[in-house]
Design a protein around this ligand. Structure first.
Ligand code: FES
Length: 125
């Protein structure tokens, strides 16, 4: 695995050790993404206003190793929330990280919660 990708490991809800307080709710665009930083990581956080769901994943697109996923278009495919990379439109599930239209490496996804007007992202370290 490429070095830049190594720091992005998916976090399941039962692995959370830290709820990182990312930013107030209103900092996140409706039906879009924003990038936050945690330690050495850039994380894309998505606000699906239509469904009231939030998702987070690595900002790094594994196709050309660009930090761009937070600027991707979001949507749904067969009930799966997804993001399309703004550069070459590879799409990834925001639930599993799977590359939905190809065979790229899966991206890491992270739990998100909203509490008292703040958005938190869960990390394992
Ligand atoms: S860099 Fe993301 S699809 Fe090419």
């Amino acid at each position: 695995m490429l070095k830049a990708l190594e720091k992005y490991q998916p976090v399941d809800t039962d692995q959370i050790k830290v709820w990182y307080k990312a930013a107030p709710l209103e900092k996140f665009p409706k039906n879009g993404g924003a990038c936050i930083k945690y330690k050495e990581k850039q994380i894309a956080v998505f606000n699906f206003t239509r469904t009231g769901q939030w998702y987070a994943c690595q900002n790094l697109c594994p196709h050309k190793m660009e930090m761009v996923l937070s600027r991707g278009m979001i949507g749904e495919e067969n009930m799966i929330p997804k993001v399309a990379c703004p550069l070459h439109k590879n799409t990834f599930s925001l639930q599993t990280g799977e590359n939905l239209n190809g065979s790229l490496e899966a991206i890491a996804t992270y739990p998100v919660k909203v509490e008292n007007g703040y958005v938190y992202v869960g990390f394992a370290e």
